[in-house]
Design a protein around this ligand. Structure first.
Ligand code: GLU
Length: 449
């Protein structure tokens, strides 16, 4: 059986780092199994869904390199939900309810006040047909609930959490359809998972109780309408939290835009999120195939995964140090060639910083003040400078010989004169890029003070 996973965002906002992690894990699960990764746009909430977010979701996935193998939209599948709803109704698994939101809230408060769990009391099921007719006559339209079977215990082997058990009598019959006919999340998602042949549902642990309810829905749908379909496997990953260990508002808005703005490479985001919260080490792995090969749900921990920006920057630097010139060419300052990229690459945390280092080559550079002694030394350097394939090695060897200077005394005044900086890319690589004329001019300017 082909593995089919899906990422099912609601287009009511931009993807945040938590969503991105879920998308990535579904993508890796499918890739590792040679299966399919589907994008499902959960846009049944017409009021809150926006087309611009649908576009943004596609763009973000493309930027991350998590292209789906297919896309479905719930708003285009309403007929399927209608048919499933009718089938469940005919099977006696769906019933109308007439309580207002205020009535339900009051019931909840009373239950909580008595120290009882706020489970829906099935008041609607106890109504007589006269009472129902009276409601209809008043013009009250019902919303619809799925009737849980209290005699059918709920359990599943969760890919992350292990054996899960729920007592259906301790759960409320979920509302699946509003009075205006629109759908809540629960039923369309189960219908789609069956209809699209989803084999593995991997999502955040905030969905565990939804899964409990949906398992009975899956069973009822398979019996009523989808005889050929199979219940998917479920896995719920621990949530992503800030480094202080709490669910953070900031993480809820941190997404690809912010990463792009900070010049974070998609591969750094991927390398971090692939293994965060697992027992495998987070490493700067730029090669997707390696991440896919080592992807393993059994290494996922139960504790919340901690997202730390400094770890992302560290990974980004390590990823940047691996990028080939051809991959990054279009993002480099004018005139910077492969040798230039190789010279500055080890000094970068972000690719944009290449421009700052490249200015050391193109100039002008701002030199510090030198002592008389250093100026005299730099004057000697002007004369000692000869040009070959190894001008820095030649220059320093000759000055070492003629002045007896070594180490820092030898290198630092030269670096300062040639680049204006105390540190930076390897001078062996930088000097050929600065070139003979500019090098001589800079040494001369420094020598004359
Ligand atoms: N649209 C739901 C969400 O964003 C999908 C959950 C699921 O994966 O089933 O939470």
């Amino acid at each position: 059986m082909t593995t089919i996973t899906r990422f099912a965002p609601s287009p009511t906002g931009r993807l945040h780092v938590g969503n991105i992690r879920t998308a990535l894990h579904n993508w890796m699960l499918a890739r590792k199994a040679g299966g399919r990764f589907m994008l499902r746009i959960d846009d049944t909430d017409a009021e809150r869904s926006r087309e611009e977010y649908v576009d943004a979701i596609r763009e973000d996935l493309a930027w991350l390199g998590l292209s789906p193998d297919g896309e479905e939209r719930q708003s285009l599948r309403l007929a399927k939900y209608e048919a499933a709803f009718e089938a469940l109704k005919a099977a006696g698994r769906v019933y109308p309810a007439y309580e207002t939101a205020q009535e339900l809230e009051l019931k909840r408060k009373i239950q909580l006040g008595r120290g009882l769990p706020p489970i829906y009391d099935r008041g609607a099921l106890k109504m007589t047909s006269e009472e129902r007719s009276a409601k209809e006559a008043e013009g009250v339209l019902p919303h619809w609930r799925f009737k849980l079977d209290h005699d059918e215990p709920i359990g599943w082997e969760d890919g992350v959490r292990g054996a899960q058990k729920f007592d259906p009598a301790q759960l409320s019959d979920p509302v699946i359809r509003r009075a205006d006919g629109s759908w809540l999340y629960m039923l369309p998602s189960a219908v789609d998972d069956l209809d699209m042949g989803v084999t593995d549902v991997l999502r955040g642990e905030d969905h565990v109780s939804n899964t409990a309810v949906q398992i009975q829905m899956f069973t009822a749908l398979i019996a009523a309408q989808y005889a050929a379909a199979k219940m998917p496997s479920f896995a719920h990953e621990a949530l992503l939290v800030g480094k202080e260990g709490k669910l953070s508002k900031r993480l809820g808005s941190l997404g690809c835009d912010a990463f792009r703005e900070r010049d974070i490479e998609p591969e750094a985001v991927i390398a971090l999120l692939a293994r965060l919260g697992t027992s495998q080490p987070v490493e700067p792995i730029a090669e997707r195939a390696r991440l896919v090969d080592t992807f393993d749900l059994s290494t996922f921990g139960r504790a919340p995964a901690k997202f730390d920006d400094t770890e992302l920057d560290r990974l980004n630097a390590a990823i940047v140090h691996q990028i080939d010139f051809a991959e990054v060419e279009g993002r480099l300052p004018d005139g910077m060639d492969e040798a230039g990229w190789h010279a500055v690459r080890p000094n970068l945390t972000h690719v944009t910083e290449a421009a700052d280092w490249w200015r050391l080559v193109t100039g002008p550079v701002e030199q510090p003040d030198f002592s008389d002694e250093d100026r005299a030394f730099l004057a000697l350097a002007v004369d000692a400078l000869t040009w070959s394939d190894t001008p820095w090695q030649d220059l320093t060897a000759s000055l070492k010989e003629s002045t007896g200077r070594k180490g820092k005394d030898l290198f630092l005044p030269l670096r300062r004169a040639l680049t204006g900086m105390d540190h930076g890319p390897d001078m062996k690589e930088l000097l050929p890029l600065i070139g003979e004329d500019r090098s001589r001019d800079r040494l001369r300017a420094a020598a004359s003070g």
